[in-house]
Design a protein around this ligand. Structure first.
Ligand SMILES: [Zn+2]
Length: 366
């Protein structure tokens, strides 16, 4: 008898509680959605005869190398904000001819590409100069609204269900910079012996230093942006893992310390590629909620959050309804903008275009 009574009480409580939870979960304050974006050159949509603003789109994010005057003009005529994706620490096409910038692993060997990604050594001075010059040229040449740093991490691959997480970089530049910055004398020996000694004796300093190097890139990019084009935004595309996932690998291996980065970055764009990363579509909403609370700050520098979600059919076909789930999930909690990877993936599928049109137009009139 007691059991039945308790069951009744329990079920009653659950029924009473569940709708409340759902209401509170979905009950975002009436926030304004600032950015209804697409990622990738708009040409595939233009080729199909679409006008971007008719689809409710108000911003495009385009690889810096694909920007030209014609695209700028048409996008402006359709009322778009224009942001340039800037491949920052991707060394493909550079390290092959500049071997000194090739990252070195804990065995003292040049790293292999991590699936399609080839990271560069972030302390190599020649590469730094090369990238900063590219950024200056981009900002001088085009009147863009912001720059989105991409591949801002040490050599690794996180866009896979089984990520590739090597220990790097133990090149001469990195070893001497670490030693000088942290005032730690690394004993004489082979590269592999030095790497082992550092990780056994100064692991915390090593991980902190690596995060500081990555944040240093963001700081330098901020400086250049503020100098050449003050007032435009600096954003970052980044690995969306929580602090604990993969044994803290976002900070430990990639070198992404949100608390350091937030000093320099206006907008964070977590790359919530659910299918590529082997997650379900609902994970996008969960992740953005986690990230929103992680980034909340009493200080004035709480960054904006504009996630990038997956529309691209890989490793399986993303249906229009699945795409809609991740698009809306990307706008949960404190997010005030969203975009999808990629424009082409949308343009090739009329149902996905319809999802964009419906949701973006709804959001624009809210
Ligand atoms: Zn290095």
């Amino acid at each position: 008898m007691m059991f039945k009574k308790w069951c009744f009480v329990l079920i009653y409580s659950l029924i009473a509680f569940i709708p409340l939870s759902i209401v509170s979960c979905n009950n975002e304050p009436d926030k304004e959605i600032e950015i209804r974006g697409i990622y990738g050159h708009p040409q595939p949509l233009w080729n199909k005869g679409y006008n971007l603003s008719d689809l409710g789109i108000n911003a495009i994010f385009v690889h810096s190398g694909s920007i030209d005057d014609k695209m700028m003009q048409q996008a402006r005529e359709e009322g778009m904000k224009i942001y340039a994706e800037f491949a920052t620490l991707n060394g493909k096409g550079y390290v092959e001819d500049n071997i000194e910038a090739w990252a070195v692993n804990e065995k003292g060997e040049h790293v292999e590409a991590a699936s399609w990604f080839m990271g560069v050594c972030p302390t190599e001075p020649g590469f730094r100069q090369y990238r900063y010059e590219q950024l200056r040229n981009l900002l001088t040449e085009y009147d863009i609204d912001g720059v989105w740093m991409d591949y801002v991490h040490w050599h690794a691959q996180f866009e896979e269900p089984e990520p590739i997480l090597p220990e790097t970089c133990f090149c001469e530049n990195c070893l001497s910079a670490f030693s000088a910055d942290k005032d730690i004398k690394v004993p004489v020996g082979s590269t592999s012996q030095k790497a082992e000694w550092i990780m056994n004796n100064h692991d915390v300093d090593w991980r902190n230093w690596r995060c500081e190097i990555i944040a240093g890139w963001a700081a330098d990019m901020r400086k250049i942006v503020d100098e050449v084009k003050p007032g435009i935004l600096l954003g970052i595309y980044h690995c969306p893992w929580t602090d604990d996932e993969f044994d803290g690998a976002r900070r430990r291996i990639l070198g992404l310390d949100y608390d350091l980065l937030t000093e320099h970055v206006d907008v964070f764009s977590p790359m919530v590629y659910h299918a590529r990363m082997g997650r379900n579509p609902e994970w996008v909403d969960e992740n953005i909620r986690w990230f929103s609370s992680r980034m909340e700050s009493d200080k004035d520098n709480t960054p904006k959050i504009w996630p990038i979600v997956q529309a691209y059919d890989n490793p399986y076909q993303i249906s229009a309804s699945e795409f809609e789930t991740v698009l809306l999930g990307g706008l949960s909690a404190n997010a005030t903008g969203v975009m999808m990877f990629t424009t082409r993936a949308i343009a090739e599928n009329e149902e996905k275009v319809a999802v964009v049109k419906k949701n973006y137009n709804n959001l624009s009139t809210q």
